[in-house]
Design a protein around this ligand. Structure first.
Ligand SMILES: Cc1cc2nc3c(=O)[nH]c(=O)nc-3n(C[C@H](O)[C@H](O)[C@H](O)COP(=O)(O)OP(=O)(O)OC[C@H]3O[C@@H](n4cnc5c(N)ncnc54)[C@H](O)[C@@H]3O)c2cc1C
Length: 462
């Protein structure tokens, strides 16, 4: 049953096509100040209301901006906070599988910034961050129309532009493999699978998912759960020797059980050497010869790189291409510039060498530190805090009423309970209490209805 709402999609399209919308805040629709005036602006030195630009409205950016808006600024003037994103909505990426399978709606997984920021005083600018001028403290933002460009001034700036799917160097992959990283990717995959099903009314659709990490494994299980073994044959291809290689042993075990139960073929220790219109060429590790895997659809989930602005020549980058930052999340050498999330090489704690993972969980924790440290940097009256990562565990989505939750070595859940717990936790982590309540209610009802459906089906079988 599809829960995708055509009206929501239409609305998203209409909003996305009008670049540079601005909602919330004090100013209304017009951009605040012409760039020429801004060029002359000096550091407010705490005398006027400071400008804070938060670039990127994903997990790192939205929670930093909301955190900043809730902090007590004491006697200091409250800052003007501007959030910039190229899209018109916040996307809860861990729920993208459910968008593809139709078990969650766009409004649940991707609320519009207008709603997320309502009442917060934060202004929203829709546009693409094209670069930074750290000398004059200006952010260059371009719009959808060629030549449309603005400069936003800042006294402090937070970079949270995330990562993107890495361009694929495997021959044929760029032309013939789908990516699965954004809301558009998830919706496009749904449309393509539906079209393939319609074309092959009697036969099976063959899908090859490349990448046996979290995303590839979860996506395979969700697709198989959605369409079932009579309609879909999924092959999961990975170059490592196990699925969910970086995951906890419990999650890996549950995922393997689920993939086996759903009849998903696993091809591990194998690299893809070519993709074409009818499938892939696979090269197993060792001396084995390459062979072909026929597929109607190839979905590539492996490989990401930090958002392009991280390569801005004026900003320091770490070995892995992410921004080099201090434990306080300040960009090295730029005390008014902070970075977090997937684009920043965050270390864990003072003098720590451990890399904080590139996850929503880590980005949300970093957001608390970023908000606090931005205020400390602007007011200059308190110490900046070194970020500490608290690993709370992990949750996997493995299809309808299937999943795994593993937390702190104490809680290990699987099956419908894990699936319901995951949704409850994600609903609670939505950006505002209003969205959390609405999404929680909707998912709670879905869970009950789906349990009733399963019970009725089981009774029917007896
Ligand atoms: C399918 C999938 C499943 C995942 N599942 C999990 C999970 O179960 N648990 C978990 O903890 N993590 C999960 N992750 C990882 C997690 O979503 C990321 O680590 C997290 O989103 C990083 O937050 P961020 O703020 O750095 O980036 P994002 O959340 O990606 O936000 C970046 C934002 O910047 C915007 N942006 C990018 N470039 C520009 C530009 N030039 N101009 C303007 N705006 C721009 C984007 O539109 C986006 O809104 C998953 C990721 C994916 C793709």
């Amino acid at each position: 049953m599809s829960k995708l709402r055509p009206t929501a999609l239409l609305q998203a399209f209409m909003t996305a096509s009008s670049a540079f919308i601005r909602v919330g805040g004090r100013g209304g629709a017009a951009l605040r100040t012409p760039s020429t005036l801004r060029m002359a602006q000096v550091d407010t030195g705490g005398l006027g209301a400071p400008d804070i630009c938060v670039l990127g409205g994903g997990f790192g950016g939205v929670y930093t901006a909301l955190g900043l808006s809730k902090l007590d600024w004491g006697d200091s003037p409250r800052p003007r906070i501007t959030l910039v994103d190229q899209q018109d909505r916040f996307v809860f990426l861990p729920m993208l599988y459910e968008v593809t399978t139709g078990t969650a709606s766009c409004w649940e997984v991707a609320p519009q910034f207008e709603e997320v920021l309502a009442g917060s005083g934060i202004e929203f600018v829709q546009g693409t961050v094209a670069g930074l001028d750290t000398e004059s403290r200006l952010v260059r933002v371009t719009g959808a129309t060629p030549g449309e460009e603005r400069s936003l001034p800042y006294d402090a700036c937070v970079l949270a532009l995330g990562a993107e799917a890495k361009p694929n160097s495997v021959p044929g992959a760029a032309e013939h493999a789908r990516r699965f990283y954004t809301l558009d990717d998830a919706l496009a995959l749904r449309r393509e699978l539906q079209a393939l099903r319609a074309q092959r009314r009697s036969g099976m659709v063959r899908v090859a998912v490349v990448g046996s990490g979290y995303v590839g494994t979860e996506l395979s299980a969700n697709l198989a759960s959605w369409l079932g073994p009579n309609e879909l044959m999924v092959t999961l291809v990975g170059s490592s020797d196990s699925i969910v290689h970086d995951g906890l042993p419990f999650s890996r075990g549950v995922a393997k059980e689920e993939l086996d139960a759903r009849g998903i073929e696993l091809v591990l220790d194998t690299k893809v050497s070519q993709v074409d219109a009818t499938g892939l060429t696979l090269q197993p590790a060792g001396d084995a010869s390459p062979y072909r895997l026929e597929a109607d659809l190839v979905v590539w989930t492996a490989g990401t790189r930090p958002a392009a602005v991280a390569c801005d020549a004026s900003l320091p980058v770490a070995e892995d291409g992410r921004l080099a930052i201090e434990p306080t999340l300040a960009v090295r050498g730029s005390p008014r510039l902070f970075a977090l999330g997937d684009m920043a090489a965050c270390v864990d704690g003072p003098g720590g060498v451990a890399r904080s993972p590139s996850t929503a969980q880590a980005a949300m924790q970093q957001a608390d530190y970023a908000a606090w440290n931005v205020r400390a940097a602007l007011r200059g009256d308190e110490a900046l805090l070194p970020y500490r990562y608290a690993n709370l565990g992990e949750m996997l989505s493995l299809g309808d009423a299937a999943g795994s939750v593993s937390s702190l070595g104490l809680i290990n859940l699987k099956g419908p309970l894990a699936s319901a717990a995951r949704r409850a936790i994600y609903a609670a982590r939505m950006p505002t209490p209003q969205i959390a309540a609405r999404v929680g209610l909707s998912w709670g009802l879905d869970t009950v209805l789906s349990a009733v459906r399963r019970a009725t089906k089981d009774d029917g079988k007896k």
